[in-house]
Design a protein around this ligand. Sequence first.
Ligand SMILES: [Zn+2]
Length: 214
Amino acid sequence: MKFYWIKTHFLIKKIFSGFVWDFPTTEKKVYLTFDDGPTPEVTEWTLDQLKQFDAKATFFCIGENIQKHPEIFQKLVQEGHSIGNHTFNHLNGWKTSTENYIENFKQCEAEILKQFSILHLKSKLFRPPYGKIKFGQSKIAKGMGYKIIMWDVLSADFDTTVSPEKCLQNVIKNAKSGSVIIFHDSLKASKNLEHALPKTLAFLKENGYKCEAI
Ligand SMILES: [Zn+2]
């Protein structure tokens, strides 16, 4: 049994206050995020859903996938979404030396910069795969001008033992103003995503929430 928090515990946010967990606000807006793409079909389907609800989001892309699917990656920015670095090979920071981790992180940055001048990007965003990063690694990334974006609400769409409906409930029961919500535009998560995303977008709209890019 895997363990994770659906709603990030306030003590975790407090202890790791150098990371962004949410954007406290009284305005009704949330930040949808999608990790692990670009993935053919899944990412394009996600973009269509977002467009239908006039929602903007943030995509944390794996460098290797950007290299394979640059045209989908370009589309993310063209459609007004934000993009962020998610390392080149989806490395687990806790299991990787800082030197190798930063090298892989820079490799992803280089892939992003092949597609876009940094001037086209609103800000430099990084999400460590699995949310696992060593202090020294995060210090270097921050020193390079990156904001480290974690999350407040986990859909658990990546977990194939979680039902699509549970995945939806994880989001709509826990989202509040300023929440950063995490989904995955990956093949593994697609079954849960296909159910949960349209219903999440409809729920947010009915309840007056706007979806913004970070
Ligand atoms: Zn990931």
